[in-house]
Design a protein around this ligand. Structure first.
Ligand code: SF4
Length: 291
């Protein structure tokens, strides 16, 4: 029978691996499995039914807490060298990751009506990255993240920061559209996000902005409400990727633009988050910036 790792233990294990990674230690070796210890399968199913903010959002199945160590075997797999490592041109390195992804069938989303994989778009040397949850109908149709109404709002948010969409890089936690725009399941996030981690490690941004709870919880491997997650920077290094020439970046959390369309009253709060990012990057809003 599979044995389930305690959530706290998983969290502590992930933290310990990060700590070793920060010390430059990436290779781990597994001792023999003690008699009676079956394959460890972490059951990370988490339900928190927390809306992003307030009561306006209908309760939804919570995002998964995407631990980099969802399955014990993956602890070793995710820190293995990646084919793009050693490729100095980030555009070429991103291409290698895309080729590695292929016509991906790694999670169930590949057979739930996706038209195409939405890999990510933007400047391969971006200082600022935005990470959302997953493609919607427009994104699935066009093969580019954030091109629908939420994308228009994100464009406005980027413009208000005094930069353009072309200057940043935009991606999602999952690269295939969840049917009916449902929240991606934990297992889907766990399966897909290692590719995003590799994209981040190639781009080496100065700041990553997690758009919404799914992105924040997956990237940070922690479970907390948006209220708890917003308003501060986190030191971030993509889980499971060697980055000997990069110390990681800052990560900030703000509301997903789709949520802001549903609850425009939160735009002011999102603008505060973006202003914090602007200060970090030394950006100045254009004179007629709107929220
Ligand atoms: S969501 Fe990600 S892991 Fe799942 S099928 Fe699509 S590309 Fe593969």
């Amino acid at each position: 029978m599979p044995r389930t790792l305690d959530a706290e233990l998983r969290r502590a294990l992930a933290e310990r691996i990060r700590f070793y990674n920060e010390l430059g230690i990436y290779d781990f070796y597994r001792r023999g499995v003690p008699a009676g210890a079956d394959t460890v399968v972490a059951d990370l199913e988490v339900q928190d039914n927390q809306p992003e903010s307030g009561d306006e959002m209908s309760p939804r199945k919570a995002t998964a807490v995407a631990m980099p160590v969802a399955v014990e075997e993956n602890i070793f797999e995710v820190i293995a060298p990646k084919p793009e490592q050693g490729v100095s041109d980030p555009a070429k390195a991103l291409k290698i990751i895309r080729e590695d992804l292929g016509d991906c069938t790694r999670c169930v989303l590949h057979r739930q009506g996706r038209k195409q994989i939405v890999f990510g778009v933007g400047n391969p040397k971006a200082e600022l990255m935005f990470v959302g949850e997953g493609p919607g109908a427009d994104e699935d149709q066009q093969g580019e993240p954030f091109v629908g109404r939420a994308g228009q709002l994100l464009n406005n948010m980027i413009k208000a920061m005094g930069i353009t969409r072309e200057q940043v890089y935009i991606a999602n936690i999952v690269k295939c559209r969840p049917p009916g725009n449902r929240t991606p399941e934990r297992e889907e996030c766990d399966t897909c996000s290692p590719f995003l981690m590799r994209q981040i490690a190639v781009i080496k941004p100065r700041v990553v902005v997690a758009l919404g709870a799914v992105a924040a919880k997956t990237l940070l491997a922690m479970n907390a409400s948006m209220m708890q997650l917003r308003g501060r920077f986190y030191d971030f290094r993509p889980a499971g990727v060697r980055s000997p020439d990069w110390d990681g970046c800052k990560l900030a959390v703000t509301y997903h633009p789709a949520f802001l369309l549903r609850d425009p009253r939160q735009k002011g709060e999102a603008w505060k988050d973006l202003q914090m990012v602007m200060r970090e990057l030394g950006l100045k809003a254009p004179e007629k910036a709107t929220q």
